[in-house]
Design a protein around this ligand. Structure first.
Ligand SMILES: [Zn+2]
Length: 487
């Protein structure tokens, strides 16, 4: 059963009922990276958010297709490749590889295709030719520009008229253009630059036209969702929209979704601010799931405050879930993963059903992942209380109460899978933790401590606990005995 989904549309500046061009199907295009430097944390915000949106739409019964493009030809690539004395292709391949690794680490597996600009030159050329013949574009000394004055709607995404847009943005002035706001569809090649032949001379595509051509190639002339960072709204998305609709005469995207940008302190995270954090470095220190949870802990349109302290905080709060999973594992005498995820797992238990509904409602309200995540914390609090109230740790026999706990775990697994976080056991930081030797030694230490306590030798018992704490191991006295955790 599909819940009614409401989505904030940048184009109309209000929340609308989510209706797709073809009922039950969703086409999504999200602007991807320009591959000239390794991914920094800010680059992964969009992929994490739109991956989560796609997971939720799938959960709600939609069949969604998600495409993220790779800009593998651009001034930035040309400059960087020259600096490193490698070809643009070598640079693009290397950085695309880094990007893919980051996506994989962060559990982003829902992207169906990654079209590359350099593999879509014929589509781009065909689009430019039609825009010229329809008088929306003009060739000028080896370049081709889109004529913004030919589009009555230009500025509608940002809700500003073209003059205001020009005043607000750095617009490259040159005497090849008819209007200052005109933008390049094709850039004539300078000596030594990579180029493709065209009727306007050798050159390469402008950035904006790539997205229009690749989106239409793979998803058709009208897509359901166009996503990207807030910083792409102007000029990139405004220009994509103008050229696409001038080309097809049809709406380009039904819903425009813009995600907030990552900030450190007051500043946006970017290379120019010099405060970027390279993802592959960060993931050496923190579990990928913690980064994903941090990004999903606020609403996708809000700015995301990033710091390592925030990351540590989020990591600590996620331990609640791991402790809960371990607790359930001790009760059921099996790993939590043995509890199946019942699809659309409604429970007969009213409280569980209500919590599940709250989660779905939060996600249906403009994909509010922050609220949805807090519902999962409520669910675990509820289930922990359930265990205590019904003394499920002492009486491990199968009871209706135990079945309700298992229902709850199944719902938790189902819902956390939509956010792509909280998978059991992924937070094991120390591989030795699973090593039989450590387990055996810990069993011995725990036994010695129990013996000391039995003999009322409290100083020794306390010494054992203190020394373990200083090693990062905490003891937990539970109704069924003492356990340990490696922090
Ligand atoms: Zn784009």
């Amino acid at each position: 059963m599909q819940n009614k989904i409401r989505v904030y549309n940048t184009l109309t500046r209000r929340k609308e009922d989510f209706e797709t061009a073809i009922p039950g199907k969703v086409t999504m295009y999200v602007c991807g990276p320009t591959v000239y430097k390794p991914s920094h944390v800010g680059h992964l915000v969009g992929p994490i958010i739109f991956d989560t949106i796609k997971r939720f739409l799938g959960h709600q019964g939609y069949q969604a297709t998600l495409i993220v493009n790779i800009t593998d030809i651009d001034d930035k690539l040309i400059v960087e490749a020259a600096k490193r004395k490698i070809t643009v292709k070598q640079l693009a391949d290397e950085i695309t590889g880094d990007y893919f690794q980051c996506l994989k680490a962060l559990g982003i597996e829902s992207i169906d295709r990654f079209p590359k600009a350099t593999e879509h030159i014929p589509e781009i050329l065909a689009m430019i030719s039609k825009l010229i013949s329809d008088s929306h574009a003009y060739a000028s000394a080896g370049d081709v520009y889109f004529d913004v004055s030919s589009d009555q709607d230009y500025g509608k995404l940002c809700n500003r008229d073209p003059e205001q847009l020009e005043a607000g943005a750095r617009i490259e002035l040159n005497d090849k253009k008819r209007n200052p706001g005109d933008f390049a569809l094709w850039k004539g090649a300078k000596p030594g630059e990579p180029f493709w032949e065209s009727s306007w001379g050798p050159g390469r595509p402008g950035w904006h036209i790539e997205c229009s051509a690749m989106s239409m190639r793979w998803l058709g002339e009208t897509i359901d969702i166009h996503g990207g960072g807030l910083d792409l709204q102007f000029p990139h998305h405004e220009n994509e929209l103008a050229q696409s609709e001038s080309f097809s005469g049809k709406p380009f995207a039904r819903f425009w979704l813009h995600n907030g940008l990552m900030k450190t302190g007051e500043k946006k995270m970017s290379k120019s601010e010099g405060n970027e954090i390279v993802v592959s470095e960060l993931l050496k220190k923190y579990p990928a799931e913690t980064l994903r949870a941090l990004i999903l802990s606020s609403h996708y349109r809000s700015p995301i405050e990033f710091s390592e302290n925030r990351l540590i905080e989020v990591g600590r709060s996620l331990e609640t879930f791991q402790r809960f999973y371990e607790r359930v594992g001790r009760i059921t005498n099996a790993p939590v993963t043995a509890i199946p995820i019942w699809n659309q797992g409604n429970s007969d238990n009213e409280e569980l059903a209500a919590i599940r509904t709250r989660f779905i409602e939060a996600m249906s309200d403009d994909f509010n992942t922050g609220s949805a995540l807090s519902v999962l914390f409520d669910l675990v609090t509820h289930l922990n209380r359930w265990i205590e109230t019904h003394k499920l740790e002492k009486d491990k026999s199968s009871t209706p109460q135990l079945n309700i706990l298992i229902d709850g775990v199944s719902i938790l697994r189902e819902l956390s899978g939509i956010l792509g976080i909280l998978s059991p056991n992924t937070q094991t930081k120390n591989p030795d933790e699973t090593n039989g030797l450590v387990e055996g030694l810990m069993g011995l230490v725990i036994e010695l401590r129990a013996l000391a306590r039995k003999e009322k030798n409290y100083p020794t018992a306390d010494l054992i606990r203190t020394r373990l704490t200083s090693l990062g191991i905490s003891l937990e006295d539970r109704p069924d005995g003492t356990g340990y955790r490696i922090e």
